[in-house]
Design a binder for this molecule. Structure first.
Ligand code: SAM
Length: 249
């Protein structure tokens, strides 16, 4: 069990102050192959999970939206379409390599001018209190060292009435599904990672970090602790992924 000075990096217990640099190495290594690996590993299903997130966001024309750990910009691009020129979309990510891939991609697809790119740690968001109507973090919270600190900071920068959506791997509901999913994660993922991104270790970390991440009820409790109201979650694909939502009162 990790104490206050240590934390988990996958199955390894590491000094808490070192986790950030381990995570940085993972995303520096996979950035250029991130999008293709996402499609391959999930058979494209991550697009449906993200679509569901957008549908539950309640984002409308003119809204201000922050996508934390936004990476290559899947959500930011969709939000830019919805909020239009009177709105604001900020894609924040701690990792310069992921931000660069995201910025190039969104610029090529015609969204470059509509999205602000900010290098920032989810634990110390460089925004004033009460700034955003909606905040999303998709497949990012798992990688954050101090998740409670990050959730509290997200609550801080949300406007009253604003919504936080956390899309993350979670705990499958059915034990049979768990078994098949474990086999897939610990055998196929590292092999795919090796073949496509020349990096099996990062995809082993992916599988391990998913198992170490808080389950649905635990994360819901953490969001409540961070001061959010009406917290609830939706299991997607049998709970392999869950979308948690909460409102700032
Ligand atoms: N949200 C994107 C998506 O769903 O495709 C990217 C998800 S990717 C698995 C995780 C992202 O989290 C990476 O881009 C990584 O750099 C970012 N990240 C990791 N730790 C972070 C932190 N402490 N603060 C902000 N971003 C972080």
């Amino acid at each position: 069990m990790a104490d206050q000075n240590t934390t988990h990096f996958g199955y390894r217990e590491v000094p808490a102050k070192e986790k950030e640099s381990h995570v940085a190495k993972v995303f520096d290594s996979v950035a250029s192959k991130y999008d293709i690996m996402n499609d391959l590993m999930s058979l494209g299903i991550h697009r449906l999970w993200k679509r569901f997130t957008i549908d539950k966001s309640g984002v409308r024309t003119g809204h201000a939206v922050l996508d934390i750990a936004g990476g290559t910009g899947d959500l930011a691009k969709k939000f830019a379409r919805i909020v239009g020129p009177s709105g604001r979309v900020v894609l924040a990510d701690i990792n310069a390599s992921m931000l660069e891939v995201g910025r190039d991609r969104l610029t090529n697809e015609g969204f470059g001018g509509q999205v602000e790119f900010v290098q920032a740690n989810a634990e110390a968001l460089p925004f004033p209190d009460n700034t955003f109507d909606c905040i999303t973090i998709a497949f990012g919270l798992r990688n954050v060292t101090n998740k409670d600190t990050a959730l509290a900071d997200m609550a801080r920068v949300l406007k009253p009435g604003g919504r936080l959506l956390v899309l993350e791997f979670s705990k499958p509901e059915n034990p049979l599904l768990t078994k098949a999913y474990d086999t897939y994660s610990f055998t196929a993922l590292p092999v795919m990672g090796q073949l496509v991104a020349n990096d099996s270790e990062s995809y082993r970390y992916l599988a391990e970090s998913i198992r170490m991440h808080p389950d649905q009820e635990t994360l819901k409790g953490m969001m409540e602790e961070a001061g959010l109201s009406l917290c609830q979650y939706y299991n997607l694909t049998g709970g392999i992924v869950a979308l948690h939502t909460g409102i700032k009162a």
